[in-house]
Design a protein around this ligand. Structure first.
Ligand SMILES: CC(=O)N[C@H]1[C@@H](OP(=O)(O)O)O[C@H](CO)[C@@H](O)[C@@H]1O
Ligand SMILES: [Mg+2]
Length: 543
C-alpha cells in the first residue's frame, strides 16, 4: 500500500474536528460542507472492497430526497447491491478516524479481510445534480487514485443507473452493456416488446405527467425519450431548470405530505407520478373530479406488479414461488389484500432497501417495495432460465406468450435496486396491457388513513427496536404507552423508530379515519418527546 500517497492526499481532505458520522440506511448523509473527507475515505475503501471482491465497486454521490444543501455517498457492491454490513462498519470506522489513524485502519481492514493489495482495483463513480456533487466526486477520485485504483467517472447518472452499470460490468455484460446508452436500449426494447399488443391504458389517456423533483431524473428522461416507442408519451415537470432540488416536490414530499408537488398542475383524473432526487423512488397519484387527492404509493405499486406477475405465472403453469416483501410502513390494507385476497405470502423487514432486497432473494420471484416507492422485483437465475426457455421453446401458444411477457418484464425491471424510470415503465406497461385506468388501479383496495411525523430528541439512539422495527425495546415504558394509545382507536397501528438518514425519530400511525390517524400519531409523538428525551418545542397536533 502506498501510504505516502494516502497521507499526502489525506492532508487535502481534512476531517473537521469533533465530527462523527455513521454509515446509515443509505450510506453517509449530512450537510455537503462536512463530507469532503468522507468522500476521499470512501474512495480508499472502494479500492479495498474492489480488491477483496475482485470486482468493480460503485460509489454514488447523492443525498436522494434530502434538501439541496445536503449530500451523501454510498458504495455499491459487485452485483449492484448495497454494501455488505461488515463493510459498513469499516466505512464508519474509517470515516471517523483521526488523520494519523487512517493507515492503521486500512491495514487492519486488509488483514481482517485478507485483501491482496497487488490486485487490480476498479471503481465506477456517479453523482446527482446537487451543486456540491461534482467537487465531492473529485474527492472520491482522489481516494481511488491514492491507492492506485482505476476509475470510470460516469458523471451525472441516476443512482439506479450506477447500480445497473456496476452489475453489467461484473457479469461480463451478461446483464447488459455498462453504459447509459446500453441501459436506455435494454429498457426501451423490453418496454416496446411488452406493450406491443396493448392499445393504450384504460382511460384512453396516453400520457403521463412526471414530477422530476428538479433532479437527475429529468436529465436522464430527456436523454431516454428518443429511445421510447411512440406509444409512451411523457410530460416532464420540475425539470431543474427553475426551482430547487426536492423543494416542495418529488416522491418523498408527495408521500409524506399526501399532496401534489408544486409545479405540476393536476387536472382531474390525470395520471401523474413523482421521482425523488436521485430517481430511485416513484409514487403515482391523481386528483378525482371532486378535487380529492389519491396517492398510489409503493404498496399499491407492489400490489399491481405482483398481481400481474402472479396471473402470468398461473398461465405458464410453473410452480415458481413468489412473495412480497414490505416494511412496517406498508399500509395495513395492502398487507391484508395481498395475503387474504391475492394469497401471496408477505414478509416484513427492517427499513432500508438492503433488508428488503436480501429477503426478496429468498424466493424464485421476490417483489419488494418500501411504502415510499422504492422497490423492484428479483428473479433467481433458475426462475429466469425457466421463463426464457419457455418464451422460446414452449409449444402451447398461450403459455409461450405469457412466458414472453414475463421475459420482457425481467428485462424491463432493474433488478439491482429500485429504479423510478424502470418502475415507471413497468407500471405503464401493466396499465396498458390490463387496460386499467389509474382510478381502477387505485380501487383494488382502499388504504387505511395514516400519518408520519418526526420528533426531535437529544439522542435518537436511545430508541431500540425489535420485530422488524414494529416494537420499541427502549426507552422503558415507551412501547407500553404506544400499546395503550393504539387500543383507544379502531383499525389502528403505530410504531416509532430512529431514522437512519435524518437526526429524528419517526412516528407512524394508521387508523380508521384520517382524523384518528393524525390524532394517534400526535399522541405517540408526545410520548416519544416525553419518554425519549425530546428537544425543542413539544409536538403540536397535526391539524
Ligand atoms: C420512512 C421512510 O420512508 N424511510 C426512508 C428513509 O430512511 P430512514 O431510516 O427512515 O430515515 O430513507 C431511506 C433511504 O432512502 C429509505 O430506505 C427509507 O424507507
Ligand atoms: Mg432516492
Amino acid at each position: 500500500m502506498d501510504f505516502e500517497a494516502v497521507a499526502k492526499y489525506s492532508a487535502l481532505h481534512l476531517k473537521p474536528a469533533g465530527l462523527t458520522l455513521q454509515y446509515g440506511t443509505a450510506g453517509f448523509r449530512t450537510k455537503a460542507g462536512h463530507l469532503d473527507h468522507i468522500m476521499y475515505r470512501m474512495g480508499l475503501l472502494a479500492v479495498l472492497r474492489s480488491m477483496k471482491t475482485k470486482s468493480t465497486i460503485g460509489v454514488m454521490v447523492t443525498a436522494s430526497h434530502n434538501p439541496e444543501e445536503d449530500n451523501g455517498v454510498k458504495l455499491v457492491d459487485p452485483l449492484g447491491e448495497m454494501l455488505t454490513s461488515a463493510w459498513e462498519e469499516y466505512a464508519t470506522c474509517l470515516a471517523n478516524a483521526d488523520e494519523q489513524e487512517i493507515q492503521s485502519i486500512l491495514t487492519e481492514i486488509c488483514q481482517k479481510e485478507v485483501v491482496n493489495l497487488h490486485l487490480h482495483a476498479s471503481v465506477f463513480i456517479g453523482r446527482d445534480t446537487r451543486p456540491s456533487s461534482e467537487k465531492l466526486s473529485q474527492s472520491v477520485i482522489d481516494g481511488v487514485c491514492a491507492l492506485g485504483g482505476q476509475y470510470h467517472d460516469y458523471g451525472l447518472v441516476t443512482t439506479p443507473q450506477l447500480h445497473y452499470m456496476v452489475c453489467c460490468q461484473n457479469t461480463q455484460e451478461h446483464y447488459g452493456k455498462a453504459t447509459v446508452e446500453g441501459y436506455y436500449q435494454k429498457l426501451s426494447k423490453a418496454f416496446g416488446e411488452l406493450t406491443k399488443q396493448a392499445c393504450s391504458s384504460g382511460d384512453g389517456q396516453r400520457y403521463l405527467k412526471i414530477d422530476c423533483a428538479n433532479g437527475i431524473g429529468a436529465l436522464k428522461l430527456k436523454e431516454m425519450e428518443h429511445y421510447f416507442p411512440k406509444n409512451l408519451l411523457i410530460h416532464l415537470y420540475n425539470d431543474g431548470t427553475k426551482e430547487k432540488l426536492n423543494h416542495l416536490c418529488g416522491a418523498d414530499f408527495v408521500k409524506v405530505h399526501q399532496k401534489p408537488p408544486l409545479g405540476l398542475d393536476l387536472k382531474p383524473n390525470e395520471r401523474c407520478c413523482s421521482f425523488d432526487g436521485d430517481a430511485d423512488r416513484i409514487v403515482y397519484y391523481y386528483n378525482d373530479t371532486a378535487g380529492h387527492f389519491h396517492l398510489l404509493d409503493g404498496d399499491k405499486i407492489a400490489t399491481l406488479i405482483s398481481t400481474f406477475i402472479k396471473e402470468l405465472l398461473i398461465k405458464i403453469g410453473q410452480s415458481l414461488k413468489m412473495a412480497v416483501v414490505q416494511t412496517a410502513y406498508a399500509n395495513g390494507s395492502s398487507t391484508r389484500y395481498l395475503e387474504e385476497t391475492m394469497k401471496v405470502p408477505v414478509h416484513c423487514t427492517k427499513t432500508g432497501v438492503k433488508h428488503l432486497h436480501h429477503k426478496a432473494q429468498e424466493f424464485d420471484i421476490g417483489v419488494y417495495f418500501e411504502a415510499n416507492g422504492h422497490g423492484t422485483v428479483l428473479f433467481t437465475n433458475a426462475a429466469e432460465e425457466k421463463i426464457r426457455h419457455m418464451a422460446k421453446e414452449e409449444k402451447d401458444n398461450q403459455k409461450r406468450e405469457a412466458a414472453k411477457r414475463l421475459e420482457n418484464t425481467i428485462d424491463l425491471i432493474n433488478q439491482t435496486v429500485g429504479d423510478a424510470i424502470s418502475d415507471m415503465l413497468v407500471i405503464e406497461a401493466i396499465l396498458a396491457l390490463k387496460g386499467l385506468t389509474v382510478q381502477q388501479w387505485d380501487a383494488i383496495y382502499a388504504d387505511l388513513p395514516n400519518r408520519q411525523l418526526k420528533v426531535k430528541v437529544a439522542d435518537r439512539r436511545v430508541i431500540d427496536t425489535t420485530d422488524a422495527e414494529r416494537r420499541a425495546v427502549t426507552p422503558s415504558g415507551l412501547q407500553e404507552k404506544i400499546d395503550e394509545l393504539v387500543k383507544t382507536y379502531r383499525l389502528s397501528r403505530a410504531f416509532v423508530r430512529p431514522s437512519g438518514t435524518e437526526d429524528v425519530v419517526r412516528v407512524y400511525a394508521e387508523a380508521d379515519t384520517q382524523e384518528n390517524a393524525d390524532s394517534l400519531a400526535y399522541e405517540v409523538s408526545l410520548a416519544v418527546y416525553h419518554l425519549a428525551g425530546g428537544i425543542g418545542e413539544p409536538p403540536q397536533p397535526v391539524f
